[in-house]
Design a protein around this ligand. Structure first.
Ligand code: MG
Length: 158
């Protein structure tokens, strides 16, 4: 078994779509970035790459490369998971935490878990998505940004 941790943060900007775990959440602002800036999926990908000591998504999908401009992060996630597979591992489970002041994400959590499970081709029971605020403290609290972290367990696919 291999364990990995990932963390990501993005600035929020007015008028940007708010796509989290591949699900568009109604919001007047969304994460700004080179790709679709889906912070929880970026944290999840970094956790997978970290578990196998394969670097990070910045190395795999450089933001200097126009191919990843506005990229759908679910496609990047699929590519990362293919690499995991090539290394002889499969996902045991993943636990993702999204840190955002608003909007409230609880109505979308089920959809997010389903979307991630679908992208990876795993049981929904293997995917946990949680959301929290930082009680109006710091850059997530004042609405400047979003943060996300993820922990994964990969199991040898023997
Ligand atoms: Mg990112």
């Amino acid at each position: 078994m291999r364990i990995g941790h990932g963390y990501d943060a993005h600035r929020l900007e007015q008028g940007r779509p708010c796509i989290l775990c591949g699900v568009e959440v109604p919001s007047d602002r969304g994460p700004m970035g080179h790709s679709d800036a889906d912070a929880p999926l970026h944290a999840l990908m970094d956790a997978m790459l970290g578990a196998l000591a394969l670097g990070d998504i910045g190395k795999m999908f450089p933001d200097t490369d126009d191919r990843w401009q506005g990229a759908d992060s679910t496609l990047l996630l699929r590519a990362v998971y293919e690499r995991v597979y090539e290394h002889g591992y499969a996902l045991g489970n993943a636990d993702i935490t999204i840190i955002l002041q608003s909007p409230r994400l609880s109505p979308y959590i089920g959809q997010m878990r389903g979307r991630v499970a679908e992208v990876l081709g795993v049981d929904i029971g293997a995917i946990s998505v949680k959301a929290t605020t930082e009680e109006r403290m710091g850059f997530t609290g004042d609405g400047t940004g979003i943060a996300a972290s993820a922990v994964v367990l990969l199991v040898a696919d023997s």
